[in-house]
Ligand binder design. Structure first.
Ligand SMILES: Cc1cc2nc3c(=O)[nH]c(=O)nc-3n(C[C@H](O)[C@H](O)[C@H](O)COP(=O)(O)OP(=O)(O)OC[C@H]3O[C@@H](n4cnc5c(N)ncnc54)[C@H](O)[C@@H]3O)c2cc1C
Length: 398
């Protein structure tokens, strides 16, 4: 591009920060506007599969993420009430061998700090905190961003990385009406030292049961256990990281589940509730010099653990499109076209896992084992996961 464009990003979540870092490293000027007074200290974890760690390594973050990660040995399925176990697949060295990169878990605040520090190393004043976007206009190839604090700023392109309630998405495409998926998530972190030794194996675990499932894995070098418990409940419609529930209510939702689940719930510091709402995948993300990234354009049920990973992939592909195309509009259209089919497939695949994880057959002790064996046959598992993990955002055609 003749005179590299100045890119404005709204939202300093994992997606906005990755995009900013990838752009800065390619010589673009970037400013990020984040509504929070500090980089969000959400007490929760996420799993980042090889297709995400590949991008983090490419951005030069290897040593930093190695210091904060936890590495699961593999993934296991557990039957909700008996605890009967089946291996899903190996991770550790196996992930590196098969996909080139590791499958790791992170505390969100740790990974966001690593990304924010790396952005500030490239441009110390790039992240503007306490800066909530109130609206924007685009005119004659320039974008004007208005903040709630009254300030106005201009750039050549605007990226809405402002999450599931994206104001930029609403301005571009109107207010969507999120649908209830009939599910809500309980979340919590547990200090590992509070759990009986040996209770939890060093794997990513997925307990499947009629009408619900539980995922857990360690974080932060194994110091914390991340708990996510999904139940089919239609009476909670708030998508928020800070809505608290009680231990009693959470235990009530997992009545009859294995003792291990009860012990974990009782040891959660604070149980939080997140409504899992459905947002239909968009048909386009870009209009002129404005586009979207991450949950803002493809929020998903977390049942393939790919929401943050997709946002990381988006950030890398976006930066590569700016580098490869001569004008902002072509770069943003190419970015959208390069990403939309894959992200839509992941959103639909995640939704399809609801019926698989919550299947009624699991209620019947005679049928549960057979159901798990058939549904998680090694070749079926590969078919469901390999295409996710082999994707290379650092070299896919742009
Ligand atoms: C229970 C649960 C478990 C999950 N587990 C996984 C997992 O294991 N692996 C995985 O890959 N994904 C997982 N996800 C999904 C993942 O959390 C999201 O996909 C990811 O956080 C999206 O990142 P983002 O940067 O697009 O948005 P966000 O992380 O939501 O960041 C958006 C940012 O924009 C800011 N913002 C919003 N509005 C404005 C505004 N008007 N002005 C300025 N700033 C604004 C917000 O403050 C925030 O910092 C899970 C989700 C849930 C709910």
């Amino acid at each position: 591009m003749g005179g590299k464009p100045h890119v404005l990003i709204v939202g300093a979540g994992v997606g906005g920060l990755t995009a900013a870092l990838a752009l800065l490293k390619r010589g673009f000027d970037v400013d990020i506007y984040e509504q929070a007074p500090e980089i969000m200290e959400v007490g929760a974890g996420f799993q980042i599969s090889a297709n995400g760690t590949r991008v983090l390594y490419e951005l030069g973050l290897g040593p930093e993420i190695e210091a904060i990660r936890w590495e699961p040995e593999g993934k296991e399925i557990y039957v909700w009430n008996t605890g009967e176990t089946k291996k899903l697949f190996d991770l550790g060295a196996e992930s590196v061998e098969r996909y080139g990169f590791p499958y790791w878990t992170f505390h969100r605040a740790d990974l966001q700090s690593v990304l924010a520090d790396a952005v500030r190393r490239e441009k110390p004043e790039a992240i503007h905190l306490d800066s909530r976007c109130a609206g924007f206009d685009q005119n004659g190839g320039r974008v004007t961003l208005r903040l709630e604090n009254g300030s106005v700023t201009e750039g050549d392109a605007l990226i809405g990385a402002d999450g599931v309630h994206s104001a930029i998405r609403k301005s571009l495409f109107g207010d969507d009406q999120p649908q209830s998926t009939g599910c809500m998530a309980w979340r919590g972190v547990i200090p590992a030292k509070n759990l009986p030794p040996g209770l939890i194996r060093p794997v990513g675990a997925n307990w499947v049961g009629p009408g619900g499932h539980v995922v857990h894995y360690f974080l932060r070098r194994g110091e914390l256990l991340n708990f996510v418990g999904i139940v089919e409940r239609d009476d909670w419609h708030v998508e928020s990281w800070s809505a608290e529930g009680t231990h009693e209510e959470c235990l009530g939702d997992f009545e009859g589940w294995h003792e291990t689940i009860q012990v974990m719930i009782m040891n959660i510091a604070t149980p939080f509730k997140w409504a899992l709402m459905g947002h239909d995948p968009l048909e386009r993300w870009s209009v002129g010099h404005v586009s979207l990234l991450g949950d803002a354009c493809h929020s998903t049920l977390p049942f393939l653990a790919q929401g943050a990973v997709m946002a990381i992939e988006d950030g890398m592909v976006l930066a590569r499109c700016f580098e490869a195309h001569d004008d902002v509009e072509s770069a943003l259209n190419r970015y959208q076209d390069a990403r939309i089919e894959r992200t839509t497939k992941i959103v639909l695949g995640s939704a399809a896992n609801t019926a698989r994880f919550h299947n009624k057959s699991l209620a019947d002790p005679e049928k549960a084992g057979q159901y798990v064996d058939e549904e998680w046959l090694p070749e079926r598992v590969r078919e469901r996961y390999d295409w996710l993990f082999v994707y290379d955002a650092t070299s896919v055609a742009v």
